[in-house]
Design a protein around this ligand. Structure first.
Ligand code: MN
Ligand code: MN
Length: 318
């Protein structure tokens, strides 16, 4: 590819600590930009945490992840993939939420992602809390349900909290299955752990054929074996990858609202994504980074590194 417009600013031209921090130092190509129609993979921020039920903060995630993502270089250390040469990637900006009106925000996000899908842009989104995933799926998966690889310490399959019909970050995947946006038989949730209110999420998974891999099973069997099963379940049809940063052990990634002990270390947190190679990932997100709880910035730096891992999988699927 000779078109250099979509290459990140080189650290040899402008040091990586300098300049405006777009995602991975990619060009900023918001709606209406003349090169908008050429973007293949759009890195997009969802600065919204209206679905948080406990400790807030992920609305600040995209800005912090952008900042740390300027440390990302051009080439994957293991596969040799150079994603910014293999595909036209861009920072396509933030989708503006309405921070005081959840239904309005959900509608805004859905419209945005429906329009992206129409233009053929594949999104890699940075949240935001996990409820952000629902309007993304509503925007891109109306016509045909997607498969799902989901890394998280929670299933996010719970019924509405507080007895109402309220959507929260505890139930996006339940809603997505009920709305026909995800094919439950092509869903796998990995890393599940932590104390529970009850087992309503597990009951829903069992009734719908969703595969749950607890953290105990993941460590007992080993990551390569579990991920081979994930590739089997999800298959070759289009699939979504959703990565909740609380999948990672809070000793490594404390900057999140609902941490659970006993998770993977940083190496393992990247290994699971590398093992997604070969899957047909058409869209993805990295959610629940909460900068107010991220005192060292290490959580945002890991999140940026995970987004690079995910991007390499998405580029290979183009
Ligand atoms: Mn989650
Ligand atoms: Mn979680």
């Amino acid at each position: 590819m000779t078109d250099t417009f979509f290459r990140p600013v080189s650290g040899m031209q402008m040091p990586r600590f300098a300049g405006i921090p777009t995602f991975m130092r990619l060009p900023y190509v918001p709606e209406g930009h003349p090169r908008e129609g050429d973007v293949q993979i759009g890195l997009v921020g969802l600065p919204w945490d209206g679905g948080v039920s406990n400790r807030p903060g992920p609305r600040h995630g995209p800005r912090q992840i952008r900042d740390y993502s300027t440390m990302i270089r051009a080439q994957h250390p293991v596969t040799g993939i150079r994603p910014f040469e293999a595909a036209r990637c861009a920072d396509i900006g933030d989708v503006g939420p309405n921070p005081v009106d959840n239904p309005d925000t959900l509608a805004r996000f859905e419209r945005y992602f429906a329009s992206l899908a129409q233009r053929g842009v594949r999104p890699l989104a940075a949240g935001g809390d996990h409820l952000c995933t629902l309007p993304v799926l509503r925007g891109i998966a109306r016509e045909k349900p997607l498969g799902l690889v989901h890394f998280d310490s929670h299933t996010d399959l719970f019924p509405a909290y507080f007895g109402g019909t309220t959507l929260t970050h505890g139930n996006p995947f339940r809603s997505a299955v009920e709305e026909g946006l995800l094919d439950p038989r092509r869903m796998i949730q990995i890393g599940i752990r932590g104390t529970m209110y009850d087992a309503e999420d597990r009951d829903f998974a069992r009734a719908n054929g969703i595969r749950i891999v607890t953290i105990e099973e993941m460590f007992d069997r080993g990551i390569p074996d579990v991920m081979a099963e994930a590739r089997e379940i999800v298959g070759q049809d289009p699939a979504y990858l959703s990565y909740d940063i609380d999948f990672v052990d809070p000793s490594v990634a404390p900057g999140t609202g609902t941490p659970e002990w006993g998770g993977p270390n940083a190496y393992q947190s990247m290994q699971v994504v590398r093992e997604c190679a070969g899957l047909n990932i058409v869209a993805a997100d990295l959610v629940e980074v909460s900068p107010p709880f991220d005192q060292t910035g290490g959580t945002a730096w890991l999140a940026a590194s995970l987004m690079f891992e995910i991007l390499c999988v998405m580029v290979a699927a183009l």
